[in-house]
Ligand binder design. Structure first.
Ligand code: AMP
Length: 280
């Protein structure tokens, strides 16, 4: 596995692959890899001759009071895990490689209709940072295929929209969420949870499953379901940020069982934000 950390060496390697007629799959991550990320790599192998991952904790997508400095960085273990999965290359740039002009960067990618609510409402600028860095990484790697987790449902929708709007010739593959045995969606931030919080955390997915059943069984008012579910999360010791029964395509509030639905939710446990979703 090649470890590349400069743009020149990245481009040289990608050019070599492309000249050999090889199809390239890309898996962007922020590192601290778990089975969810590794699943993306496995799926990437099914769609291409070569797989490249990136590990970059992107400062642009973190707000001023968020965990940029404390975000877990485990580069050696991540590279070992990627190598075991026969990853062909990993791009590990530092922030000055990706943002050579620092905050003076003038060009950003925004997807406002999909990005302003749910996670975007409490994290202004977050999805602008995500879309901008993914756009840059796509320009650097120029993959044929890129894999993203359905765990970050809103992010996946935004990337799909960006790819369509900006005419990237890249196939986007959404990969189902990997979970612990008790249902908790795997996340790099789960490592922040105390043993007591870890025991409470699966409640988020349990509540989503329960709402799904209620929706399937009867014509209940969705706004009422949302507020009951949030009350349940609060009673279990979580602090709900949002819980929205939404239209899968637009991510706007849904009000009918005739629509293709997804329930999107985020809740705090202490200082850790848990994110999950469930399609109905
Ligand atoms: P991150 O390192 O958190 O930026 O995530 C990198 C990629 O891994 C994103 O496409 C995420 O959606 C995906 N991912 C994170 N957690 C999971 C999971 N539990 N199952 C599947 N994909 C995941």
């Amino acid at each position: 596995m090649k470890i590349v950390n400069s743009i020149d060496s990245l481009r040289a390697e990608m050019t070599r692959w492309r000249k050999a007629g090889e199809r390239i799959a890309f898996v962007p991550t922020m590192g601290n890899l778990h089975q969810g990320h590794l699943r993306l790599v496995e799926v990437a192998h099914q769609h291409a001759d070569r797989v490249i991952a990136s590990i970059f904790v992107n400062p642009m997508q973190f707000g001023a009071n968020e965990d940029l400095d404390s975000y877990p960085r485990t580069l050696q273990a991540d590279c070992d895990a990627l190598q075991q999965l026969r990853t062909d290359a990993v791009f590990t740039p530092t922030p000055d490689i990706i943002y050579p002009r620092g905050l003076a960067q003038q060009t950003f990618v925004e997807v406002p209709e999909l990005g302003d609510h749910h996670c975007g409402a409490s994290r202004p600028g977050h999805f602008r940072g995500v879309a901008t860095v993914v756009c840059k990484l796509f320009n650097l790697v120029q993959p044929d295929v890129a894999c993203f987790g359905q765990k970050d449902y809103q992010q996946l929708a935004i990337i799909r929209q960006m790819v369509a709007d900006l005419s990237f010739p890249i196939e986007i593959i959404g990969v189902p969420t990997e979970r612990a045995a008790d249902g908790l969606a795997l996340s790099s931030r789960n490592g922040y949870l105390s043993a007591e919080q870890r025991a409470i955390a699966p409640k988020l997915q349990q509540v989503l499953q329960q709402i799904k059943q209620q929706i399937q069984q009867s014509d209940t008012d969705f706004r009422q379901l949302e507020s009951e579910a949030k009350a349940q999360l609060s009673a279990a010791g979580l602090r709900p940020d949002y819980l929205n029964i939404s239209d899968r395509g637009t991510l706007q509030p849904a009000d009918s069982r005739q629509q293709a639905l997804v329930i999107l939710a985020a809740a705090w446990l202490g200082n850790t934000k848990l994110l999950d979703n469930l399609e109905v």
